[in-house]
Design a protein around this ligand. Sequence first.
Ligand SMILES: CC(=O)N[C@H]1[C@@H](OP(=O)(O)O)O[C@H](CO)[C@@H](O)[C@@H]1O
Ligand SMILES: [Mg+2]
Length: 559
Amino acid sequence: MNEKQRSIILSSSSRFPPPPGVRLSYGTAGFRADSLLLESTVFRVGILAALRSLNTHSVIGLMITASHNKVSDNGIKISDPSGGMLSQDWEPFADALANAPDSQHLAQLIDDFVKKENIPLEEAESAEILLGRDTRPSGESLLDAAKQGIISIVGAVAVDMGVLTTPQLHWMVRARNKAMKATELDYFNQLSSSFRCLIDLIPQGSAVNKMNDNVVVDGANGVGGEKLEVLKKILNGLDMEIRNSGKEGVLNEGVGADYVQKEKVAPRGFGPADAGIRCASLDGDADRLVYFSVLSNANNKIDLVDGDKILSLFALFIKEQLSTLNKNEGDKENKCYRPTLGVVQTAYANGASTDYLKQSGLEIMFTPTGVKYLHEKAAEYDIGIYFEANGHGTILFSEGFLHWLDGRNSELALTSKGSEQHKAAMRLLAVSKLINQAVGDALSGLLLVEAILKHMGWSIHRWNELYHDLPSKQLKVKVVDRSVIVTEKAETVVVRPLGIQEAINIETAKYPRGRCFVRPSGTEDVVRVYAEATTQEAADNLASSIARLVDQFLGFGNS
Ligand SMILES: CC(=O)N[C@H]1[C@@H](OP(=O)(O)O)O[C@H](CO)[C@@H](O)[C@@H]1O
Ligand SMILES: [Mg+2]
């Protein structure tokens, strides 16, 4: 890099010194920490985003959020040109930048990296970064730090898109890079028109009643609730009530998808009066969605309808539409394209969901935890559906399949307009527009669930009855150094330290249908334990005994 560029980086970075003694890592979903520690990291990620934009000759996104974490935390993550997560081979550079001890080291790192990757710094006027933030109070000043980082690469442009959900920002980045309309209004219009299309295609006589019509949504006191209020105004055909939309109440405190899924209780603002009603919960940046219904016998207990069940509903619907589309076309090879359909889960998927999906004839793949892995795998199919149990997921359609489907749809419109086949083609096209192709999106996921339930004429109870979850339990164990745990087989087997897995196997074998695995968290300084068994008591006991084992092998020796 030239002297001018170098001196700009040196002087601007000296205004954002890193907090002493803090080591940050890009982790499962970007950098996350107490917001007071993040200014320097965010500034440096701004630089990285500008370099990434130059390197890919595309628009890059930068989102300031800590999702479901407490309001005093914040974080930053990057959207790649496709709208997906930052390419994993840049993560070590992100880590190195964030942890450079001073401006000199930082400038040197950048210089080395620019040379190594052949980044055309002299073309910086073509770098453009879209910035978004959630509703956290620290967001504004952190966004400013990110801007300072971006503009310290001479010529790079930062565009502040304001308060957004994480999936909205990813959607915009993807749309911009495909030269499509990319404003927030375009996003809302695409969602509402494709939703309307699915509603208009609902078979006559589907059992609809008032109870089935109404959905109540917990907005986690965050950006999702706020945006849903806007979407609701332009939506047609959905009776929706939004609570915890952030006007009062603290972000993620006793509310939101993470709380509902982990604690299995109703969020604040919901109670016995809601018994039987279909309810949904978003997380703090609206990329996760779970459903629930409040049980009448108090204690705020709920029936949880988690990401696995959303996945099952989507898979069922897609499979049904595909088989309708391909009906009677057995001998006409050219018309009958058999797209590959795959489902992607992690080890946290409830075993009952995996059994159900297998019995339904679906191909299931497992990846390690973290959307970046699931997304990558799902993209290998013509239609790839992925979900984490916690409610993050989406449906990906390959360009090739969409191209074929478009053609088939036009053909059917001419030869058999309004036929079942034609409707199936239109539904699949509408789903591909409704569901976010960049990342899991609670807003678009919610609309798709609502449309499918209406299509099937199902209540939340009917949906929940698809299969019965096996009782499960999750625990966290603090250990001395969680990075010593190395896992294989999509995190289901510990290969290091030696001996742990054998001990886990012996313990698990004591429980009928017992399943258990441990892995180091990518977002918290803990080891997570997951156990499943035929009764809640057995799952609890299995989880506790494995947690003790982990502590014996790796902990501080308290057990
Ligand atoms: C068990 C669990 O829910 N893990 C979450 C959590 O990751 P951990 O690596 O387990 O901390 O946060 C990730 C990012 O939000 C999410 O992708 C993942 O599913
Ligand atoms: Mg989130």
